[in-house]
Design a binder for this molecule. Sequence first.
Ligand code: NAG
Ligand code: NAG
Ligand code: NAG
Ligand code: NAG
Ligand code: NAG
Length: 370
Amino acid sequence: MALPTGQCDLHLRLRALALAFLVLTLPYHSSVEASWWMLGLPNSIPGANEVTPMNYKEVCKTMHFLNERQKELCVINESILMSVGMGAKLGIDECQHQFRMSRWNCTTNRDTSMIFGNVLAISSREKAFIYAVSAAGVAYAITKSCSRGDMNECNCDYRMRERRQPKGNWQWGGCSDDFQYGEKFSRDFVDSKENAEDVEGLVNLHNNEAGRRTVRSRMLRVCKCHGMSGSCSLKVCWRKLPPFRTVGDALLARFEGASHVKLIERKRKRVKKLRPVHKDMKPPNRTELVFLEESPDYCERNDTLGVMGTRGRQCNRTSMGMDGCRLLCCGRGYQTKVREVEEKCQCRFVWCCSVECEKCRYKREEHICN
Ligand SMILES: *[C@@H]1O[C@H](CO)[C@@H](O)[C@H](O)[C@H]1NC(C)=O
Ligand SMILES: *[C@@H]1O[C@H](CO)[C@@H](O)[C@H](O)[C@H]1NC(C)=O
Ligand SMILES: *[C@@H]1O[C@H](CO)[C@@H](O)[C@H](O)[C@H]1NC(C)=O
Ligand SMILES: *[C@@H]1O[C@H](CO)[C@@H](O)[C@H](O)[C@H]1NC(C)=O
Ligand SMILES: *[C@@H]1O[C@H](CO)[C@@H](O)[C@H](O)[C@H]1NC(C)=O
């Protein structure tokens, strides 16, 4: 059976990450605000040797951007560091993909330990998205690693077979992704940073959970036919993680419908809850994203906020969306540049078996925000 492409992709990235770890050298000098997201950009961790089954416990201990609980989890197995790094990278890459056409494009800063810059100082929708997508990323990457057999603690999910027999002519079999373990790990690892006693913590925990539930609700059932050729007399099915892009798309929709909330405290019952700022809105359920503060407009460079602004960004002259020149350039206007590009063209098939192309030069208009 061929590897599903998603898994293949992950394998490649994992290898890249492993290579990246090889060039790191210890020790790492920390800063206060640093976070486990650093693991998603291993090249930016100055220091750290090759991570091996022999030394990974030491490596875990020297990663000052992990808190105590995270260090404990780090030593469960030598593959944890890499899986969490994969998860962080999945989240960061997905964020950059989903926001590539927006004023804030999920810029990461490799030169400081604050990967998303000060943007996280505001409890905005954008922050909600970052938390959700990266908590989802960790649950996702750990689950993949379980299915690959990288850890003693988890495996493929074989419990499917013992549950209720499915209706119809198919049965559970093969390796079902065990999302339950990945989800639990993500709760333990990612959520350990948060304090459920303060409002920021409650919001972050809510968004982390929304991210994980988004993955869970999009798990797929895939099947394979057995039996005499083409007869499909026996169908074997297993549960599989969706492509991570599906999770990003769903979270973007939740970003757009996110709830502006505030903290409600009932002192006597000692309950703390997040409730919509606007009284006529329904309380958010566990899958929705929540935020505390309106976002800045991200139009102008603001180093205090770590916002790059949209000057110099490429916009689309005909789009009415956020990537359209009017919205993206915040009304400052834009300049049009003509660039010459070379592409293959007039390709034809030559018997047998090659494709011959000519090189064509095109002029392409590019619009750049003032
Ligand atoms: C990590 O998991 C692998 C695969 O199950 C196992 O071979 C290895 O011994 C584990 N390492 C530790 C430290 O438990
Ligand atoms: C949560 O709320 C959203 C939007 O109101 C709704 O679309 C969704 O079905 C709800 N999910 C659950 C599990 O209730
Ligand atoms: C940056 O943003 C902060 C917070 O919104 C604001 O107080 C400050 O004036 C801004 N700085 C600049 C240079 O625009
Ligand atoms: C985001 O936009 C800035 C310009 O504001 C650009 O330099 C950067 O490459 C973009 N980042 C991504 C990930 O697209
Ligand atoms: C610009 O936007 C239009 C309309 O949304 C779209 O059809 C076109 O493909 C976009 N062009 C580029 C270069 O993205």
